[in-house]
Write a protein that binds this ligand. Sequence first.
Ligand code: UD1
Length: 424
Amino acid sequence: MDRIVVKGNGALSGDIPISGAKNACLTLMPATLLSEEPLTLTNAPRLSDIRTMTALLQSLGCEVTSLQDGKVLTMSSHDINNHKADYDIVRKMRASILVLGPMLARDGHAVVSLPGGCAIGARPVDLHLKALEAMGAELDLRDGYVHAKAIGGRLQGAEFTFPLVSVGATENALLAAVLAKGTTVLKNSAREPEIVDLANCLIKMGAQIEGAATGTITIQGVDSLHGATHPVVTDRIELGTYMLAPAIAGGEVELLGGQRELVGAFADKLEEAEIEVTQTNRGLKVKRKNGRVRAVDVVTEPFPGFPTDLQAQMMALMCTAEGTSVLEEKIFENRFMHAPELMRMGANIDVHGGHATVTGVDKLKGAPVMATDLRASVSLILAGLAAEGETVVSRVYHLDRGYEHVVRKLSGVGAHIERLQEGD
Ligand code: UD1
């Protein structure tokens, strides 16, 4: 298996271009299932999760053409000949469940494997299913699959209140409601920029949607949707991750395409920690002020709160901050697997339930460490940027799921980082 080797090398300087959002692209791609006409996504990130979604759509009969080395994806679903999303693909990526809503809305039936557990907690899909049931889906869970049918052949508009905020369940319900008969109102829905991006794309395809950014989405179902071309929104998690690189290693880096409103709560926390964040006309400029970073407390919340997907990276920053910080994880249980790996690098962390108390140390020390999930793996690379000596991160396939050209992007601002192929 490949490894990434990072050596602490002092201050960083230069630009990092930010890619299109993985999580937005993964929910935009299944929208192709809603129309007979082609959907083209531009600004798509080149990532293994996107290739997994491509394989899933192809297995259903969609044609997917990838142009400009994968940056442009054209999908055509005029000939869906299979309504079963197989376990072999779904088990690789939970976002596969997002084909359920659109298939059901389009043809009135679908069979999708249940995704199963994953490294960061149980992650059930009950809310996806409850929202679809409210719209008149009849669901039968057997052999590890959801067998879904729309009663009367077409989903019906409904009012549904999510008992807790779920990004994926909101997306699945939205993807289904656009072709349901009548009006759907989704209350306590997620407000992440990826939801707004999905709604904007569906509106371009002819859907009638209001309130995507408000927590209550109203959808007036239509009989059919047409083709569209849509640019994938900037990846706010990649943006936040690279904002931490100069914060941790020192120096000044400009994140091209970065917009503060995508990372508001996170940027506020960085400023509280004595990091300068400036919006420019090219993106966001981040600069480490003189002196040590100040310890700050963090609580993860649904958007517009501090994102859980930046918690591991923020912990890497807190490892060498002045003082003690408490990070509280409120979205996923068991999302502190990066803590023991950071401790191998000399960090002082105490995990107790959903909290991690981090007491800053003067310096981290390079060590062999292991990536346990996507965001954990990048937190170890960030920590390595400021550590004394060499950090070797193994199991980097996690990283390939969500960070495009990580070595190129970080070495472009002066980091000492390289990827070793298996056998090197
Ligand atoms: C999405 C993101 C992921 C991010 C997460 C939270 C994608 C592909 N992934 O994941 O990177 O970390 O949002 O911002 O976009 N829950 C239930 N029942 C459900 C669904 C969710 O109990 O049916 C719970 C989850 O276990 C979790 C919470 O709701 O505790 C939020 O999860 P959710 O927002 O659904 O996350 P995902 O959509 O899976």
